[in-house]
Design a protein around this ligand. Structure first.
Ligand code: 6R9
Length: 657
């Protein structure tokens, strides 16, 4: 039905791509989702969500679906009690599926392990007993700083099982980033590994923990999984996982917790330098992750093999590797490594090896695959794939079509799923088998979800118009706040459209003529680099913490592969030395940012400038810097305090070339 875009085809054709792809009759006939879901949800939203909650096992049933009387703090399934880990593990063993593989784990160096639900139950039980032996119980916070190995999932589920909150910190973050996240939520325990494989070589991980823990007095113990056999320094807080966990009994009785019992904290970048600890709770979160995973990915637990390529350090890993899929008795692939280790066909080799049928990834990776060439996926048998997903940033129509043609065999429906760390689960996405998909658009709110595009005044825009994305109804997996900062929660999400009571997502969006939603990227100072949220302020603070830097301004410039790339403009301090602007010094600054935040925050480019463009009130005009970073003619400079600044910057950059 579709033509593969040829090499020379004008990009413009694809940018105005307007084809839609209706579901095949065959897919529609077997789809989990039904068109009536939209009607059902509209007729009685709370009854609809109550029905979805029945997907789970509740020890005590709720007596109220939603309590919104203390808005914007929601309570869902009030009075209900459940154990999240029991729902993701034990109940599948009890229903006779103990021998089903839960996780096909694939290590980067080529080692692998198949873990059945019965084994998962034993591993999680042992880990839960180990946590209890360390005195970790309900409401305690546990930091998890690990690569993608099975123990990371056991650890998360063990926390859920004993009612402790996990705070997973991406293994690519620095010691300093780890320390602030441990400290903000006063974690008592850190779970980590000796090292992690990165592009074929073991890299140490524990030294970063040692450094972080030295500055975080709340930490009492550090539990260390041996992964790379790297030699590690040992402190009196350290305990080996294999010594403590392996000797525990493999049975553990889960306790049922309140539906609103906190499940986890996950830090995400905001518009200020300080990351926000997003808080999620149990019953509503599990209900919506389970419901969305079932309907959006069309999961058939007896036959599908599902693979979400995210890292558990991000919300996608929490909701669509751990909680949603396992609550639905998935059989899934979990891969430890990078997509080009040891070769650029690694993902397709894994798809072929396990017969992966549902594949969920990010546009940045799809664009990377495009760059590597269509001949790579073409070498593998990808015929098992029947649903493809995308998340993390807007997917451009070119990448969407490439994905459909070269990965999905020109027929697998693509679900472009919009959601956030704060929303906990998918909010906007086509339902496969029900909705005709459209390249580049996330299309419509899922049944049960309220989303709108509004103008500055909070009034919904007409079809064809653009504005801000808001969520106009509370939803079960919504964040319950920012850890320790009620005011910031209200300010960030609920003040912009306070009068209307809308949740402000921070994304620009538009409706097309059919009323489908297109996401247009962040409207605040948050960049999206390879699907990761990084605030400009965070990178600026890291830069000015270097002794040679006086001032810094950071912008996200569009990047063909990563969506946005970080471009920094710095003013050096007087006396920084003649070579402070040289290549060596710039490299040192980039490394400094990597050390302060993590390699993902390393600026793509750093430009030394004599001045920064500022308004009279002292605000940096990033819009103008973005023009420079994207090689455009500089826009309107009339609001600058000193309009000659941009000439100075451009002149300086010209003479550098
Ligand atoms: C799940 C996740 C959230 C931000 C969000 C938006 C962008 C995510 C998107 C998308 C367009 C999609 N985003 N999915 N933009 N289309 N399908 O990514 O959470 O890391 O918190 O990022 O990502 O800008 O506001 P998180």
């Amino acid at each position: 039905m579709t033509q593969s875009p040829g090499q020379g085809q004008a990009l413009d054709n694809l940018l105005t791509e307007s084809r839609t792809f209706p579901p095949s009759a065959e897919f529609a006939a077997q789809a989990n989702a039904r068109p009536e879901l939209y009607e059902e949800a509209k007729a009685d939203r709370e009854a609809f969500w109550a029905k979805q909650a029945e997907r789970l096992h509740w020890e005590t049933k709720w007596d109220q679906v939603l309590d919104w009387s203390n808005a914007p703090f929601a309570k869902w399934f009030v009075g209900g009690k459940l154990n999240v880990a029991y729902n993701c593990v034990d109940r599948h063993v009890e229903s006779g599926h103990g021998d089903q593989v839960a996780i096909h784990w694939e290590g980067e160096p080529g080692d692998s392990r198949a873990i059945t639900y019965a084994e998962l139950q034993r591993e999680v039980s042992k880990a839960a007993n180990a946590l209890a032996s360390l005195g970790i119980g309900a409401e305690d916070r546990v930091a998890i700083y690990m690569p993608m190995i099975p123990e990371a999932i056991f650890a998360m589920l063990a926390c859920a099982r004993v009612g402790a909150l996990h705070n997973v910190v991406f293994g690519g973050f620095s010691a300093e980033a780890l320390r602030t996240r441990i400290q903000d939520s006063a974690c008592r325990l850190v779970i980590t590994t000796d090292g992690q494989y990165r592009r074929g070589t073991p890299a140490p991980l524990k030294p970063a923990v040692d450094e972080a823990v030295a500055g975080a007095p709340s930490v009492e113990k550090v539990l260390v999984v041996k992964r790379t056999d790297t030699e590690v320094a040992w402190t009196d807080k350290d305990v080996w996982w294999h010594e403590l966990v392996d000797s525990q009994p493999d049975q553990h009785t889960p306790e049922a917790f309140d539906s609103e019992h906190p499940l986890f904290i996950l830090y995400t970048s905001g518009t200020t330098g300080k990351p926000k600890g997003i808080l999620h709770t149990s019953g509503g979160y599990l209900t919506q992750t389970s419901y969305t995973h079932h309907n959006v990915f069309d999961l058939k637990p007896d036959t599908d093999v599902y693979w979400c390529t995210a890292d558990i350090g991000w919300v996608t890993g929490h909701s669509y590797i751990v909680y949603g899929p396992l609550s639905n008795r998935v059989t899934q692939v979990v891969y430890e490594g990078t997509p080009n280790t040891p070769h650029e066909g690694r993902h397709w080799e894994i798809v072929q090896k396990y017969g992966v049928s549902i594949y969920y990834t990010a546009p940045t990776l799809i664009r990377t695959f495009m760059k590597w060439g269509a001949d790579i996926p073409a070498k593998y048998d990808l015929s098992s794939l029947r649903v493809l997903g995308s998340v993390g940033e807007p997917i451009n129509p070119e990448a969407w079509i490439w994905y459909r043609e070269n990965v999905g065999g020109g027929k697998a429906p693509i679900v472009d799923t919009w959601w956030q760390t704060e929303t906990g689960a998918i909010m906007i996405s086509p339902l496969p088998g029900v909705v005709s998909t459209k390249p580049g658009s996330a299309q419509r709110p899922l049944p049960g979800i309220g989303a709108k595009v509004v103008n500055d005044e909070g009034v919904e825009v007409e079809h064809g118009g653009g504005g801000y994305l808001v969520l106009d109804e509370p939803w079960p997996s919504m964040l319950r706040g920012i850890w320790g900062d009620e005011e910031r929660y209200r300010d960030t999400y609920w003040s912009r459209f306070g009068e209307q009571g809308f949740y402000f997502a921070g994304d620009g969006a538009k409706y097309d003529d059919d009323g489908d939603i297109w996401l247009l990227g962040r409207v605040d100072d948050v960049m999206n680099v390879s699907g990761h949220r990084i605030s400009t302020t965070e990178v600026e603070s890291a830069l000015v913490s270097h002794p040679t830097v006086a001032e810094a301004a950071v912008v996200g410039a569009s990047d063909a592969t990563t969506g946005q790339g970080i471009v920094a403009f710095v003013i050096l301090r007087g006396g920084a030395g003649d070579d402070a602007g040289g290549a060596e010094a710039i490299k040192a600054l980039r490394d400094h940012v990597a050390k302060e935040i993590g390699p993902i925050a390393k600026p793509r480019q750093i430009m030394v400038v004599p001045e920064l463009p500022k308004t009279r009130s002292g605000k940096i005009m990033r819009r103008l810097l973005r023009d420079v970073a994207e090689n455009r003619a500089v826009g309107d400079v009339t609001t600058l305090a000193d309009s000659s600044v941009m000439d100075l910057i451009s002149a300086g950059l010209q003479s550098d070339k």
